[in-house]
Design a protein around this ligand. Structure first.
Ligand SMILES: [Zn+2]
Ligand SMILES: [Zn+2]
Length: 469
């Protein structure tokens, strides 16, 4: 067996793979093991059921998880494309079950599914994995343990902890401890199930308050559903490949209409699944002139639904006094809008001012200053509204970016390691105006912007990236 070794975060990590090495962007099963003997035994049992997929055994001596090092390794696999980043599933030998629980608790978005036999973990932290497809095998007579004054619950109690938060994706099976691992994986059914699970189709629903939900997809695009008396409004459709319509229908019995903040693929994917869509009038016009201009928003063969043009001052009436006001805030796209709802005291900003990290400006390089002038003017028009809405809750199009744009560290908050928190608020709008001003006057020069990797600049709480097309 050939082993690979690499140092991350001062820790040597060692793993082996079925086949020569990881590659080809295939579905991948990661199995945590505590030594070489386990690695070879696990690989030999998993490999026959893997088909075209790949399986790798990562050695964690003593079953102890060097969490930040493993996070770096997984991130490297996922960002270099050597595995299918949405199809990385997890299992562990019994000696590494605790490590597997810890990983899904702190890095729940890295894994498409997990199968864990026994083990102990923090029953509160594990709730971060409530949307993960999870098969848990429990042994009779286990119990909680205390470690460093902290309670670590046994696997059956961890399942209960997930169930009381509403998890519908966790399944428990009680098994005999004798040859448990071999028996669970013997017929290959679990391996095939693990490798089939796909983050692209998984949606996470968060209840905000009565009649108001947030839905996040694998791409970290966020949509919101709010109910009035007569109908419900879905703000953006994200980029997930799961059945969003079905999810929304489970949340509300009202007819659902869709309002789009801006026509990027990660905000209006598959709008053909819905019947009526509100979109800025200029973007509706663009579609009427050229059906293909936002074609990435449609399913294969899909047709645009009824498009209702909106503009500054438009009001979407959901009945019972629940209305949504449309405010223009072009910049990220020329016709981006934000939605304000007094009933829920909520402001939905899409990507118009970023989601707590940067606003992305996309334009030909020659138009940089024209776009900045226009964005500044739009921000100044928006500012009095923003001041009046200061105490609303502000919701962006990519919720997790309140915790930064660095994908590797976006989930650090789950492990209590976050070093960034910049929620959407009035201050970002105010700072964004100053940032535009500094760019336009040359106080921040184009050369300064061009000298950074992502064409980045910032002022106070506001940041900007330029993507030149
Ligand atoms: Zn966008
Ligand atoms: Zn976006």
């Amino acid at each position: 067996m050939h082993y690979f070794e690499k140092v991350f975060d001062g820790q040597v990590l060692k793993w082996c793979v079925n086949g020569a090495e990881l590659g080809g962007g295939k579905p991948t099963l990661l199995c945590l093991v505590s030594n070489e003997t386990e690695a070879e035994s696990c690989l030999s049992k998993l490999e026959p059921h893997c088909g075209e997929a790949q399986v790798t055994a990562l050695i964690l001596p003593g079953g102890i998880l060097p969490e930040t090092a493993v996070q770096s390794l997984v991130f490297e696999w996922q960002t270099t494309g050597i595995i299918d980043k949405c199809k990385l599933s997890l299992t562990a030998s019994q000696s590494c079950a605790d490590a597997a629980w810890q990983l899904i608790s702190h890095l729940s978005h890295c894994f498409s599914a997990a199968a864990i036999l026994g083990g102990h973990a923090d029953p509160y932290e594990v709730r971060a994995a409530k949307f993960m497809p999870l098969k848990v095998y429990t042994f009779a007579g286990e119990g909680n343990v205390l470690a460093d004054g902290k309670v670590l619950a046994d696997a059956e109690k961890l399942v209960m902890s997930l169930r009381v938060t509403g998890s519908e994706t966790v399944e428990r099976t009680e098994i005999n401890p004798e040859n448990a691992w071999e028996n669970v994986f013997a017929d290959g059914e679990i391996v095939r199930w693990l490798l089939k699970q796909d983050r692209r189709t998984q949606l996470e629903v968060t209840w905000i308050k009565p009649g108001f939900w947030r839905i996040d997809d694998y791409f970290t695009a966020t949509c919101y559903l709010i109910e009035g008396r007569d109908k419900a409004l879905l703000i953006d459709t994200g980029m997930g490949e799961g059945d969003l319509l079905d999810t929304v229908k489970k949340l509300t019995r009202l007819p659902v209409e869709v309002a789009i903040t801006h026509p990027h693929r990660d905000h209006m994917f598959r709008i053909d699944r819905f019947e009526k869509v509100y979109l800025h009038k200029n973007d509706v016009e663009k579609i009427r002139e050229d059906e293909n201009c936002f074609a990435a928003a449609l399913s294969d063969g899909g047709k645009y639904p009824q498009l209702v043009p909106i503009d500054e001052g438009s009001v979407i009436d959901l009945g019972g006094g629940v209305t949504v006001d449309v405010l223009n805030l072009g910049g990220h796209t020329e016709n981006s809008v934000v939605f304000a709802c007094a009933h829920y005291k909520a402001l939905f900003t899409g990507d118009a001012i970023g989601s707590g990290y940067i606003v992305l400006m996309i334009c030909p390089e020659k138009d940089m200053y024209k776009v900045l002038e226009s964005y500044k003017k739009n921000l100044e028009c928006f500012l009095p509204h923003a001041e009046a809405l200061r105490d609303y809750a502000w919701f962006g199009g990519h919720s997790i970016q309140e915790n930064g744009c660095d994908e590797q560290h976006q989930q650090d908050y789950l492990a209590g390691r976050s070093v960034y928190y910049n929620p959407l608020r009035l201050e970002i709008v105010q700072d964004m105006v100053v940032l535009c001003e500094k760019l336009i006057t040359g106080e921040i020069s184009k050369a300064d912007v061009m000298s950074t990797d992502e064409h980045y600049c910032n002022y106070g709480s506001a940041g900007m990236y330029f993507r030149f097309i």
